[in-house]
Design a protein around this ligand. Structure first.
Ligand SMILES: *Cc1c(COP(=O)(O)O)cnc(C)c1O
Length: 463
């Protein structure tokens, strides 16, 4: 155990660098106004350290780049597809793989295949694109995550867990036949990257078997979830992340993957499953929306990089350093007294905007305002995960007012150094210390769907 007290270091060295641009306060003010106070609308050139997302922004390894050169760009039956399919089966256990352009492509297919109008889809907290595809297919999302997940300060080690009583209450109310599947995310993004325990997953499996309901696993960050199980759950200390990943996946029968996260690629995803009949139907559908079933909107080289990235993503040294860097930033902020979601999750540190900006009511979007203020201070780009992301209720048109009003500092994999994390922490601490000056925002333009991406805002002048 002595080894555990030692520092971790990145399990790679750097072969090529991309120069960063520093920005001036005047240029940042101009840029955020042009962007309608929405960090999604900033140009990347105007950003210094980019913590908008961990999606598609990983640094690929020399092996992955070498794999790119081995792209088999055949329209049908690319060798890279078979490499990907075999890798998915070996590492994740799923027998059939349908490539898609990214995660939402897989969500679209699975929602269309399994949901009928009037169905209910329970899940451990919503995800923006996942819920939208469920709704577009005629389903209604029902949140069945444990209550602890909605409290940013609750130290529960597995805040991603499903509350089986909530699930059973839904079944008792609507009947198993109107629940096409349980939507299970590992390392729940919207809850702060919070893991699901293996014990919870086993209990869910038993409940689903009893009622004949399948599990659709959003496995976008399954390796990070597996690492937390290794660190926190009894009996997993000496197990490799790779084995734990396999065990998680083997407890579910269908999966959607955004390979732009865990799997260390810039683009790609897939839908995977064990049932040959569902696979056949998915193949029939993927040709309509994505491409032939052996490429699904991807180039051969993309599938090759993904296959190699999947293998790298489940390596213990990789995942320890990845999560270690996130925890490092979290500890800097926590020690300085900045309110963050705890425990720190796998891919990001989430700032509790409600507590940092108590003077801004939630309908003036404190998290959106805080993300803009951090950009103004230092050129660090983060994103809102609060009322703006939650959107409006489809039935009533009212704004959802989620209990979590957060700013996400999302760490790209293998991209930034610990010194970059120091710079980020300094900026956030500074902004949080002067938070009283920050103004709330209102929509200047509100898109109908996924409004956080393209919405524009303006500051609300103090009353
Ligand atoms: C990113 C993400 C998705 C959607 O994937 P895209 O590749 O962005 O389409 C789905 N679920 C989770 C948990 C995600 O983080």
């Amino acid at each position: 155990m002595a080894e555990r007290r030692r520092s971790w270091a990145e399990p790679f060295k750097i072969k090529m660098v991309e120069l960063l641009k520093t920005t001036t306060p005047e240029a940042r003010r101009h840029a955020i106004e042009q962007a309608g106070w929405n960090t999604f609308l900033l140009r990347s050139e105007d950003v210094y350290i980019d913590l908008l997302t961990d999606s598609g922004v990983s640094a690929m390894s020399d092996r992955q780049w070498a794999g790119m050169m081995r792209g088999d760009e055949a329209y049908a039956g690319s060798a890279n597809f078979y490499h990907l399919r075999d890798t998915v089966e070996e590492i994740y256990s799923y027998r059939h793989t349908v490539p898609t352009h990214q995660g939402r492509g897989a969500e679209h297919l699975v929602s269309k295949l399994l949901i009928k109008p009037g169905d209910f889809v329970p899940g451990n907290m919503y995800f923006t694109t996942t819920r939208l595809h469920q709704e577009l297919a005629g389903g209604a999302f029902v949140d069945v995550i444990i209550d602890n997940a909605h409290d940013p300060a609750d130290p529960h080690p597995f805040k991603g867990n499903i509350d089986l009583e909530k699930l059973e209450a839904l079944r008792a109310r609507v009947g198993a036949e109107r629940i096409p599947y349980v939507s299970l995310a590992t390392a729940v993004n919207m809850a702060g990257g919070q893991p699901v325990s293996m014990a919870n997953l086993r209990a869910l499996r038993a409940w689903c078997d009893e009622h004949g309901i399948p599990i659709v696993h959003d496995m976008t960050r399954v390796a990070e979830n597996a690492f937390f199980i290794q660190q926190r759950e009894a009996g997993y200390r000496d197990r490799q992340v790779r084995d734990i990943v396999h065990e998680i996946c083997a407890l579910t029968e269908i999966a959607t993957m955004s390979a732009k996260k865990d799997a260390l690629v810039n683009i790609g995803g897939f839908l995977a499953m064990n049932d040959p009949d569902l696979y056949r139907r998915a193949c029939d559908l993927v040709v309509v929306y994505e491409g032939l079933h052996t490429y699904g909107g991807l180039a051969g080289r993309d599938m090759e990089a993904m296959a190699i990235g999947i293998r790298e993503s489940v390596d213990d040294n990789h995942i320890r350093a990845r999560v270690g860097q996130v925890e490092y930033l979290g500890a800097l902020l926590d020690r300085a007294g900045v309110p963050i979601v705890k425990p720190v999750g796998g891919h990001a540190v989430f700032l509790d905007a409600r507590r940092i900006l108590p003077h801004i009511p939630q309908h003036q979007f404190p998290a959106q305002a805080l993300a803009a203020a951090i950009y103004l201070d230092s050129g660090v780009r983060s994103m809102e995960r609060g009322a703006v992301s939650a959107g409006r209720d489809k039935e009533t048109g009212e704004n959802y007012m989620p209990s979590l009003e957060l700013v996400r500092l999302t760490i790209p994999r293998r991209v930034y150094t610990q010194a970059h994390m120091d710079v980020v922490a300094e900026s956030v601490i500074e902004v949080a210390g002067n938070a009283g000056q920050i103004l709330g925002l209102r929509f200047a333009y509100e898109p109908e769907q996924l409004r956080f991406f393209l919405g524009r805002f303006e500051p609300v002048s103090p009353a």
